[in-house]
Design a protein around this ligand. Structure first.
Ligand code: ADQ
Length: 472
């Protein structure tokens, strides 16, 4: 078996199958931050990506993508139900996001989580070269670092959590909290989006496992595990270039006309998820209309909400509630050909998304809790003329970085309304000053800087990075 010096392990492979018109099956690179971030690095070393290819049949053998080997891990229908939809998305996801929905606990889900993590660890052990650097991603695979270390103590193992990590009081609810912590602590470096998350993790290591810990390191079995924050980012240059394209500008102008040429457009783009604060935002907007602060003719809201995890009950209920509320608001405040909310559920390609960002005078990103939130960063990167106001939740990781945004507490309805009004009514010179500062920040702290800083910290003797010869 061919082995690699750098292995990325993530629930999904970075490619999707697409069937060509002649029926032939092709594999295409999936768009997305992580893929983009790692792409330029992975191409330069003998690299492998371990993950699930989608589907529930036997694992397909896939061609290399841009020189990166795809190593598939198979999942059955039961695995998907109990591991992905169950433990990952109905136990961990709500618990890690302030328990804004009730986490469910089932022993069968935990068994599946262990089984699938073991499968990923074994697959990784097979493909990693002696002394390789392995980078495990996200909450689906928190046991992999520990399981992999037991199989392959020679490896350098990193773990990065893309989502929020909860305060100890919440994490303590997990029936198998000690096992989960020990799983993550199999890594040499544990990365989080925010410093607060690293602090929460260190406190848990002390409280649950009785380990000596600071916010920078935890000592486990005479091994030092380093912890820290590495805020993920986007390819800001790519988004800016896209937004600058003439066809994207044309599309943005057309969109504005199609919206009835309102004075101001408010935009929100979310995965349909109860953590994103969609219902609270709709309520704030509708109250601003009924209070007479906002007129539908002048100010429209475009809400993009792509359905996700549709087999998980809480997501089905949320979608029904959001759609009922959009219908109510449009029924009450819209007119023929003039809805108050333009509600869209389909996925957009990157150029369409860039055009939407260009149209938005105010971008409302108000999750109740979010590890980072890339949409906020994409909006900033797309505002190439320094206009546009970002309304941002304090509870998104991005809120800790983009302090020049209009920061709001989305649980506070009055505060949310005031924040939205402040963003809508802000003086253009103030808006410009804030946007310019945020764009400067993003140009420096982009996705390449993120991947480089994490890998430099993981590979502290520099052997991988010098082999990669990475300069950007
Ligand atoms: P998510 O919760 O999925 O990510 P987010 O960071 O906002 O949330 O990323 C969503 C991505 O999907 C963005 O790149 C956005 O452009 C894209 N997207 C949304 N709607 C779309 C549409 N209709 N069409 C096309 N693309 C669309 C998790 C964590 C976050 C963390 C990221 C990355 O929950 O907190 O920021 O991982 O670490």
């Amino acid at each position: 078996m061919r082995q690699s010096s750098l292995v990325v392990v993530a629930n999904r492979l970075p490619i999707d199958d697409s069937t060509a018109p002649d029926g032939a099956c092709e594999w295409r690179r999936r768009p997305g931050g992580l893929v983009t971030a790692l792409h330029s690095l992975l191409r330069q070393a003998p690299a492998t990506w371990v993950g699930w290819a989608g589907g529930t049949g036997p694992a397909p053998t896939l061609p290399d993508v841009d020189g990166v080997r795809m190593h598939t891990v198979p999942l059955t229908v039961d695995d998907l139900r109990d591991h992905y939809e169950g433990f990952a998305n109905a136990t961990l996801w709500p618990l890690y996001h302030d328990a804004v929905e009730q986490p469910e606990h089932h022993r069968r889900w935990w068994e599946a989580y262990q089984r699938i993590n073991q499968r990923f660890a074994a697959a990784t052990a097979d493909v990693a070269e002696t002394g390789a650097v392995v980078w495990v991603q996200d909450y689906h695979l928190q046991l992999v670092p520990g399981l992999l270390r037991a199989l392959r103590p020679d490896l350098r193992i990193g773990f990065f959590l893309h989502v929020a990590f909860p305060p100890p009081e919440l994490f303590m609810q997990l029936p198998r909290r000690a096992e989960l912590l020990r799983g993550i602590l199999g890594a040499d470096l544990v990365g989080f989006q925010r410093a607060q998350a690293a602090h929460n993790f260190a406190q848990l290591a002390v409280r649950v496992l009785g380990l000596p810990a600071t916010d920078r390191q935890i000592v486990v079995d005479d091994r030092v595990v380093r912890i820290g924050s590495f805020p993920v980012s986007i390819d800001s240059a790519e988004m800016a270039a896209l937004a600058n394209r003439a066809d994207v500008a044309d599309r943005a102008n057309r969109l504005r006309r199609d919206l009835g040429s309102p004075e101001q457009v408010i935009l929100s783009v979310d995965r349909m998820d109860y953590t994103k604060g969609i219902e609270q935002r709709l309520k704030a907007y509708s109250e601003l209309i009924s209070d007479g602060h906002v007129k539908v003719r002048d100010t429209v809201l475009v809400q993009v909400a792509v359905p996700s995890r549709e087999r998980v009950g809480q997501y089905q209920i949320l979608r029904e509630r959001v759609e009922r509320e959009v219908g109510r608001i449009n029924g009450e405040f819209g007119r023929v050909g003039e809805p108050a909310i333009h509600y869209l559920t389909r996925p957009f390609d990157r150029a369409e998304l860039a055009a939407l960002y260009r149209v938005a005078d105010v971008m409302a990103v108000t999750p109740l809790r979010d590890g980072m939130n890339l949409v906020a960063k994409e909006y900033v990167a797309a505002r190439v003329d320094d206009t546009g106001a970002l309304l941002l939740s304090e509870f998104a990781g991005a809120g800790a970085e983009l302090s020049q945004a209009y920061l709001v507490n989305p649980h506070d309805l009055e505060g949310l309304k005031q924040g939205l009004l402040a963003a809508l009514r802000a003086r253009p010179d103030h808006v410009r000053k804030r946007m310019r500062a945020m764009r400067a920040h993003l140009r420096k702290h982009d996705i390449h800087a993120w991947a480089r800083s994490y890998l430099a910290a993981l590979d502290d003797n520099g052997s991988l990075l010098s082999r990669l010869g990475t300069t950007r």
